[in-house]
Design a protein around this ligand. Structure first.
Ligand code: FAD
Length: 305
């Protein structure tokens, strides 16, 4: 219930204005976001890479409604990739993009052409792109654009959300040779007609999807902080005889850092998804919705500055 309320607030312009203009403690945002500028993204990436972790950088922004905003997102990614390459961070740093930030909502062709340019820049820099998945109304369009991108950039990563009823079938479709697929639970508020509603059903779906991807010929990217699912995934790595370069774990910056270290120390590739930029509102609200206990911390901070 609280999760749905927070996710509804994530889509409300009024609440966004209220939260963004409130004296939100910088600590709350900093817990999940690297900072506002490219330099912040580079500094945090360097720090994580020096600790033996891989990184996926996300320039914050979504639901773009104007061509100017989409162009600005494209430009930011091109600058980011040039800076990462110059800093010698590609690989193990890649980038994650949201098609809605590139204009998918009002011009799919534009979003596709910008995504292509970003994929080309990533290839030139020696790294890859993963296309984040957003709410279910965009799934078909996102997967279609992803398949187009993969014709020229076969390393482009997909994201599948275990809470969607369709995802087992999508996993089968996307488990072919070389296919990079990030499997997550899903972060949006979705209706029962398309998504499992209970935690147990989502977790069961996650395991079924994980089994398909691990048995397949692709490169599964296991994106979860859930201790039970991490343990099941470690078991599947052994069961399917997966070599460390044939799969990876992924977690979000600021969440379970000790577990991130433990997995890396155990010999798994551990990639940290690091967002940066000023448009942190939607991202932060989804993180609060995942763990309503964080809300207390957040609300307290509203009154402490
Ligand atoms: P949960 O059951 O939510 O959490 C398990 C445990 O992890 C919790 O008990 C808690 O200890 C810890 N935890 C989880 N969330 C938090 C938090 N916010 N603060 C503090 N502790 C927490 N979703 C999408 O819809 N599209 C995407 O493209 C996408 N990309 C992602 C990329 C990565 C690398 C990761 C890790 C997640 C991504 N997600 C994405 C989010 C994902 O769908 C979930 O919403 C999120 O990961 C929480 O689910 P969980 O599997 O960690 O399990």
């Amino acid at each position: 219930m609280l999760r749905s309320v927070i996710l509804a607030a994530a889509r409300s312009d009024r609440v966004e204005r209220l939260v963004e203009t409130a004296p939100v403690s910088r600590d709350v945002v900093r817990r999940y976001v690297a900072g506002a500028a490219v330099d912040d993204a580079l500094r945090i990436s360097r720090d994580l890479v020096d600790q033996g972790l891989a990184v996926s950088l996300d320039y914050l922004g979504e639901d773009t409604t104007s061509p100017e905003q989409a162009e600005q997102t494209r430009q930011s990614y091109l600058e980011l990739l040039a800076a990462l390459s110059a800093a010698g961070l590609c690989p193990p740093t890649e980038v994650s993009i949201k098609l809605s930030a590139l204009g998918q909502m009002f011009d799919e062709k534009l979003a596709y052409s910008y995504a292509r340019e970003i994929c080309q820049a990533a290839t030139n820099a020696g790294t890859t792109v993963t296309v984040d998945m957003e709410d279910h109304t965009t799934t078909d369009s996102t997967l279609e654009l992803l398949m187009q991108l993969r014709k020229d950039f076969p390393d482009t990563g997909a994201v599948l959300q275990a809470y969607l009823r369709r995802t087992e079938a999508d996993c089968r479709e996307l488990s072919g040779p070389g296919s990079r697929v990030r499997l997550c639970k899903g972060a949006y508020s979705e209706p029962e007609s398309v998504a499992f509603q209970s935690r147990l059903d989502v977790d069961r779906s996650y395991v079924r999807c994980l089994n398909i991807l691990m048995a397949g010929e692709g490169h599964p990217m296991i994106a979860t902080h859930d201790p039970r699912l991490v343990s099941i995934a470690e078991d599947r790595v052994r069961w399917f005889d997966r070599t460390p370069d044939s799969y990876e774990f992924q977690m979000l910056y600021g969440i379970r850092p000790h577990e991130q270290r433990r997995l890396a120390d155990a010999g798994h590739t551990m990639r940290i998804y690091v967002p940066y930029g000023v448009q942190w509102y939607g991202y932060l609200m989804r993180r609060l919705a995942e763990r309503p206990a964080n809300l207390t911390f957040f609300l307290r901070s509203l009154g402490t500055r």
